[in-house]
Structure formats: structure tokens, C-alpha cells
Design a protein around this ligand. Structure first.
Ligand SMILES: Cc1ncc(COP(=O)(O)O)c(C=O)c1O
Length: 352
């Protein structure tokens, strides 16, 4: 059997031949001492691209988020974020466990997009002085709502509210380059509205490991200290930074292909299983399929699709697929063939 079409996440992609070569030949040092030249080159590149004074290379997006929260928030205080934000909902309660931070969740009316008005209302003075909000955290693109995009203008309006309340604004930009493809804005346009932000090299950009946290010099100096505290101070990390540099230089230009493939996939699945997905609500590379109306539990769909060579995952009550660098036109065709076969096996979907 051929290798399965793996659409569980954009994190499953394999490094390219060029990345493997760059890794094998990377010049390295000890990043704990700050003297790994390839890590330093990647950090300089990230700072330059985002327009922020400094950057830190960390193992995961989760570690970026959690270190940022630990610096910008305080024990017993709250962080405002969207109700299904990764930082609050998907990181194993690490903010509570590691930093004693709570979340003030705001449900977004439309596709994960918090609005400036919502945040202004949440920040109205609390007459009982029970809650202290330390910061606002946004996510762009927003994973749980299917990779939806916040435009720069809305982030700017939110940034203005934060400034009025003297609060930092943090951006979980795990997939910010996907947002940039849709809006035409640059990563620097988004970064300019934030106190600090992170982005992942290991998702659509195709690197095997690693994420960048950017901010001002004082913030990043403290990030480097907490990187030790959180157990993330790696040594010859230049091997990974070498792949990260290629990801950053070459990854963003390719993301439009992932978006086009996601749209093709959504249109195909909508034809096979009417009502399970609205292709017009797939702006980037993430698709959620609602099979509830087609009978059979989620696990049954996952198992049968896997038997047809298609790997998908479940998030809540839906199936998720994410396009990435290893998925081309042929894989989309193969994935749709798997959906068609399983729908026929389960006796559901369009008969056309
Ligand atoms: C929006 C978002 N933020 C943060 C993360 C965490 O990244 P990592 O898996 O590198 O810890 C993810 C991972 O999927 C994500 O989707």
C-alpha cells in the first residue's frame, strides 16, 4: 500500500531534501551560551521580518505561548482570549499549572474572530475588584474555527483598546503567514500591533521543529532566562535552526497552494457529503467536517478513512483535515476517493 495521505495536521510534514542538507551541514555552537551561529542567524532573520527588536528560537509554539504568558501575566490574574483559543483550550492547562494564570474566555460571534467592542466591554471596570486582567491574547489564524483570519485593521483596533487600558497584546501567530496570504498584509504589519507574538516554523512553513517568539529586547532577554526555567534551553540547536531558516525564506510563498488545495478538498467533500462543510468558510488550510448528519460515530469514520489510506483527526465533535507541503493535487484526488469509498461503505452521502 502507498504511504497514507496524512492530513491530521500541517505539523506532520517531512523536511525537504534542501532542509535535510542544510541540517547536515549546519554550523553549530551551544545555544545555552548564545553562541550557536545558525540559531543566532535565524533569530536575527525573525526579528528583521517582524520588525521587532529581538527574537528567541524555542522548541514549540506551546512553549512560546506559555513563556510569554508567564512573563506578561501574574499568578491569580487573568488573560482575555477567545473561548476556543489554543493558548487556553489546547495546552493541557499549562498556564494554570506553570504560572497560576486563569483565562477570561470570550466566545466569538463569527469564526473565532474577537472584536474590539467585545474586548472593550470585557475590560469595563469590575466594581468588586475580583478580576485583574493582565493581557489580551489573540490567535491568527484561528485554528478551532477552521483557520479563519483576523484582518490587520481589527488587530489594530484591539491594540488601541489595550493601549487605553495599559495592557499588553499578545498574538499566537502559529499560522500568521497563512493569514498574511489572505489579507496581503505582512507579518510586520501584524507584529507592529502587538507587544509580543509567536509564529511556528513547524506548521505550514514545513520545518521539522521550532517556533519563534518576538518582542522588545528586555522581553526577549527574560524569554531566554525562562527558556532555561521551562527546560527548553537546547544545545546544538543550529541543526534545527538551519531548517528553520529555509522554512522562513521559502515557506510563506508556497502557502497559497495549501489554501487552494484545502478549498478543492472542501468542495469535493461537500459534494460527497452534502451539508458537512461549507467550502466558502475555508479561508486557509484547515477544514472541519461535520459528519453528525450522516450517521456513524467519528471514530468509525477515522478508522474507515485510515483503512482507505487517509489520515484525519478529530477535534471535538468534528473531523479535521489540514493541507501542507507534502500534499499536492494527487493527494487531494486520493483523499476524495477515500471519502467517496467510505461514504458508500456507510451507505450515506450523495449518490451522484
Ligand atoms: C494556534 C496554535 N497555537 C499554538 C500551537 C502549539 O504549537 P506546538 O504544537 O508547536 O506546541 C498550535 C499547534 O497546533 C496551534 O494550532
Amino acid at each position: 500500500m502507498d504511504a497514507p495521505v496524512d492530513l491530521r495536521s500541517d505539523t506532520v510534514s517531512r523536511p525537504s531534501a534542501a532542509m535535510r542538507h542544510a541540517m547536515a551541514t549546519a554550523e553549530v555552537g551551544d545555544d545555552w551560551y548564545g553562541d550557536d551561529p545558525t540559531v543566532n542567524r535565524l533569530q536575527d532573520l525573525a526579528a528583521e521580518l517582524t520588525g521587532k527588536p529581538a527574537a528567541a528560537f524555542l522548541p514549540t509554539g506551546t512553549m512560546c505561548n506559555q513563556i510569554a504568558l508567564s512573563i506578561l501575566g501574574r499568578t491569580g490574574h487573568s488573560v482575555i482570549c477567545e473561548a476556543t483559543a489554543h493558548i487556553g483550550d489546547n495546552e493541557a492547562a499549562s498556564s494554570a499549572a506553570l504560572s497560576g494564570i486563569a483565562f477570561h474566555y470570550l466566545p466569538a460571534a463569527d469564526a473565532g474572530a474577537l472584536t474590539a467592542d467585545q474586548i472593550a466591554t470585557a475590560l469595563e471596570p469590575d466594581p468588586y475588584h475580583v478580576e485583574v486582567v493582565d493581557l489580551v491574547a489573540l490567535e491568527n489564524t484561528h485554528q478551532a474555527s477552521g483557520g479563519s483570519v483576523l484582518p490587520v485593521a481589527e488587530v489594530r483596533a484591539i491594540s488601541k483598546i489595550c493601549a487605553e487600558h495599559n495592557l499588553p497584546l499578545y498574538l499566537d501567530g502559529a499560522r500568521i503567514f497563512n493569514a498574511c496570504v489572505v489579507t496581503g498584509a505582512s507579518i510586520a504589519d501584524y507584529a507592529a500591533e502587538t507587544t509580543a507574538m509567536m509564529f511556528c516554523l513547524s506548521k505550514g512553513l514545513g520545518a521539522p521543529i521550532g517556533s519563534m517568539l518576538v518582542g522588545d529586547t528586555e522581553f526577549i532577554t527574560e524569554v531566554r532566562r525562562r527558556k532555561i526555567l521551562f527546560g527548553g534551553a537546547w544545545r546544538q540547536a543550529g541543526f534545527l535552526a538551519a531548517a528553520g531558516i529555509l522554512a522562513l525564506q521559502e515557506g510563506p510563498d508556497r502557502l497559497a497552494e495549501d489554501h487552494a488545495n484545502a478549498r478543492r478538498l472542501a468542495e469535493g467533500v461537500a459534494e460527497i457529503l452534502p451539508g458537512s462543510i461549507d467550502p466558502a468558510r475555508v479561508p486557509t488550510n484547515i477544514l472541519f467536517i461535520d459528519v453528525a448528519g450522516h450517521g456513524h460515530g467519528l471514530r468509525e469514520w477515522v478508522r474507515r478513512l485510515a483503512a482507505q489510506g487517509l489520515l484525519v483527526t478529530t477535534i471535538g465533535s468534528r473531523l479535521r483535515m489540514v493541507t501542507h507541503v507534502n500534499i499536492g493535487r494527487q493527494q487531494i484526488t486520493d483523499a476524495l476517493a477515500a471519502w467517496r469509498t467510505v461514504a458508500a461503505e456507510l451507505g450515506t452521502g450523495s449518490k451522484g
